[in-house]
Write a protein that binds this ligand. Structure first.
Ligand code: CTP
Ligand code: MG
Length: 188
């Protein structure tokens, strides 16, 4: 029982560097769009909702949060840093989680624009999971050993399932909060 709980907590904890960048991008974003305003088949390539400032501000926020998480884990778990592994070993992992999440978000917008959906239009599943797909697409091939030990080894699969179930709930709550605070234009 205890092992399942700890596998679930670890699965969520180590995924925080992938969960932060989207919200941080909404905070720091704005300015020059990544697609520089260009269109493809009459629709924007990505749209004004994907900016360079959002990409780098959001991406670096995820990395910094991950480093803070490792620092607070140090006294409790000096060897494993609560699922991250060694500090320098985990640095590439933080970049992959964080920028992978934003790559997924960009890919999501690319798909939305190809479907003719305007910036901010609702796209169920894509809106909630694009960042997860992006992060996993980078982490699974490039940090396979880490992914296997956290999300597949022992009770890791339960952690993975819990994380995947938690994400739409978190996504919805954070977006409603962002909307009410005036940071986001839509509550989704
Ligand atoms: N944002 C940004 N740069 C990014 C990602 C996000 O500037 N790379 C900011 C934008 O201000 C964006 C907000 O974060 O409006 C919310 O992000 P998101 O919901 O992903 O964008 P949408 O505006 O809904 O656009 P899309 O329809 O393309 O998802
Ligand atoms: Mg949106």
């Amino acid at each position: 029982m205890n092992d399942i709980v700890s596998a679930i907590l670890t699965a969520v904890w180590v995924f925080i560097p992938a969960m932060v960048p989207n919200s941080a991008a909404a905070l720091f974003g704005g300015g020059t769009p990544i697609d520089l305003g260009r269109t493809w088949n009459g629709h924007r390539i990505l749209g004004d909702g994907k900016t360079w400032r959002g990409l780098f501000g959001g991406g670096l926020s995820g990395v910094v949060i991950g480093m803070v998480q490792m620092a607070v884990s140090l006294p409790f778990d000096p060897q494993g840093l609560w699922g991250f592994g060694s500090f320098f070993g985990a640095l590439p992992l933080l970049f992959l989680l964080s920028f992978g999440a934003l790559m997924g978000d960009i890919l999501g917008s690319l798909i939305k624009r190809r479907l003719g959906l305007k910036r901010g239009a609702r796209a169920p599943i894509l809106d909630q999971y694009d960042f997860v797909i992006g992060a996993f697409l980078l982490v699974i091939p490039l940090q396979w050993g880490w992914f296997k030990s956290v999300y597949l080894g022992g009770y890791g699969v339960y952690g993975l399932l819990f994380l995947l179930a938690l994400i739409p709930v978190l996504h919805r709550s954070v977006n409603i909060a962002g909307y009410k605070l005036g940071i986001k234009k839509e509550p989704w």
